[in-house]
Design a protein around this ligand. Structure first.
Ligand code: ZN
Length: 513
């Protein structure tokens, strides 16, 4: 069998040579004075080496060196430079990269490969050279914390898993009909009221303070992951409206929904939208986005935009007057009006680009706004309109869908079965899309909606290993990889005894008496 490295996602190229690098001699790492590693990465390497520390003397150890180079691979791409080269020799391992992200990914690859063999009696890696870089710059996962909330610790563990799979965008769904999860200091009612719902005989809820969100952003930054918050509008906003009923079209009590109804969200009769003609709505959203822009340093804000219930817009005298004034024939145009106004606020006041889910992609949306396609065919349609697009085609990427018929028994009828092998073969580039438009497809995100994954244990079961298959679909070249090869590498990586959680502090030293 040709020597291979147990790394997921598969590296772009590995050229094996004769010989083995015997890891039982231990590893000592260093970096030349011209290349100082970021402190966060140094700490992560030190932390890892405490687990795979040598028993031999330092002089006899394998030397692990991190070096800077101008260009780690010659892939000629204009992608952000996340590339690296890893040269494994008998006595040294050299990681070279032109960027901090490249060093970080070199370390992720090395850590996976070493951890996979470390438990063996004589652990070793094949000698050879890895040259690696991503196929797509946008490699994300979306977590729904609105339908059900997770702990900060669980989210950090999720970020660790994302980082080890070289995923670099954490899209955080923080508001919906079922709950508002982000502390907004200028509008405390959003969490005082919007974060809590009746669920059966109990009160369910919770939210993230700004300090907690800051902590998660910093933790992600150390792992080269951008965190993009999402606030849903103009629909999926019952929780916000329950806290601010004056911002709805009608004068009624608005219920924070329970996620356990089995109807598709678009068919729930009690869903409401923000009134598109109420200036107070745009003021609230400006305040919310402004506070979030202080917490989240990514250049993007996700503003939802999908499944807007239009029934109250059609009855609302103010919305109807606005449509007349602007000459809008349909509520589709009113939705675009809403999203354009919010986009202007984000761009001009906060210097942020917005992202919005498509309904049916239209050519009157703001040019700079990223299109987040989730229906089949929408990514290609968006690219053909010249729009920069993230392709989360739900038939291939929704990790909340059951992976087999037995799981499907507990799920509503509208969920399709999404086996891991199908995710593995997902191509973010839509079939038939003209090659000159490929550059408009930034990549993809795998969403995990949580209506039916109420707790962290069910999330864990739902996510892995399908997220690993998704990561390989986004990072690795289409040619030269196979699903069987993925299973072989994934099995090698996970056969070892589970290492301690990297974010856990070391156990306090005990004193013997
Ligand atoms: Zn209205």
């Amino acid at each position: 069998m040709t020597p291979y490295l147990p790394i997921v996602p598969q590296v772009a190229s590995f050229r094996p040579e004769h010989g083995r690098c015997l890891l039982s001699r231990g590893l000592q790492w260093s970096t030349p004075s011209t290349a100082s590693l970021p402190l966060a990465l140094s700490d992560q390497i030190d932390n890892w080496l405490t687990r795979v520390k040598p028993s031999s003397t330092p002089d006899n150890s394998i030397k692990l060196r991190f070096q800077r180079c101008d260009n780690a691979t010659k892939n000629g791409s204009d992608l952000p430079d996340e590339s690296y080269r890893l040269t494994i020799e008998q006595h040294t391992i050299t990681a070279e990269a032109a960027s901090e992200a490249g060093w970080f990914y070199a370390f992720q690859s090395l850590k996976q490969a070493v951890d996979a063999v470390w438990h063996q009696p004589h652990p070793s890696l094949p000698v050879g050279t890895v040259e690696d870089y991503p196929r797509f710059p946008w490699r994300g996962a979306m977590l729904d914390s609105a339908r059900h909330i997770q702990s900060v610790d669980w989210i950090k563990g999720f970020l660790d898993r994302m980082a080890s799979l070289k995923l670099n965008r954490f899209h955080w769904h923080l508001s919906d009909d079922e709950g508002w999860r982000a502390e907004i200091r200028s509008h405390p009612q959003l969490t005082d009221i919007g974060a809590w719902r009746a669920q059966g005989n109990t009160r369910y809820g919770g939210y993230f303070t700004q300090n907690q969100m800051h902590d998660i952003v910093a933790y992600a930054r150390d792992r080269h992951i951008q965190v993009i918050p999402e606030i849903e509008m103009p629909g999926h906003c019952n929780a916000a409206l329950a806290a601010n009923p004056q911002l709805a079209c009608t004068n009624e009590t608005i219920t924070i929904l329970s996620p356990l109804e089995r109807l598709p969200m678009s068919q729930r009769p009690d869903r409401r939208a923000f009134c598109a003609a109420n200036e107070g709505v745009y003021q609230l959203i400006a305040d919310v986005l402004s506070e979030l822009a202080d917490v989240f340093d990514a250049p993007y804000l996700h503003i939802g935009g999908d499944e807007t219930p239009r029934n109250t817009w059609e009855q609302c005298p103010r919305c109807q007057r606005l449509m007349q004034q602007e000459g809008y024939a349909t509520t589709d145009e009113l939705r675009t009006h809403f999203l354009r106004r919010v986009h202007e606020i984000a761009l001009t006041k906060l210097n942020r680009t917005t992202i919005a889910w498509t309904e049916k992609v239209r050519d009157d949306l703001p040019d700079e706004q990223l299109t987040h396609a989730w229906f089949p065919g929408e990514a290609a349609a968006a690219a053909r309109l010249g729009r920069t697009t993230i392709n989360s085609n739900h038939e291939w990427t929704y990790l909340d869908y059951p992976s087999n018929t037995s799981e499907a028994r507990d799920r509503p009828d509208w969920m399709i079965i999404l086996p891991i092998e199908k995710i593995y073969h997902f191509d973010p580039l839509p079939e038939g899309l003209e090659e000159k438009l490929h550059r408009l497809i930034l990549g993809s995100e795998a969403p995990i909606w949580t209506e039916y994954t109420p707790d962290e244990a069910s999330l864990d079961q739902q996510i892995m290993p399908r997220l690993a298959a998704f990561a390989e679909a986004l990072w690795s070249p289409r040619l030269g990889r196979s699903y069987d090869g993925f299973l072989l590498r994934w099995d090698a990586i996970n056969r070892r005894p589970e290492p301690a959680h990297p974010s856990q502090p070391a156990a306090p030293a005990t004193t013997s008496i």
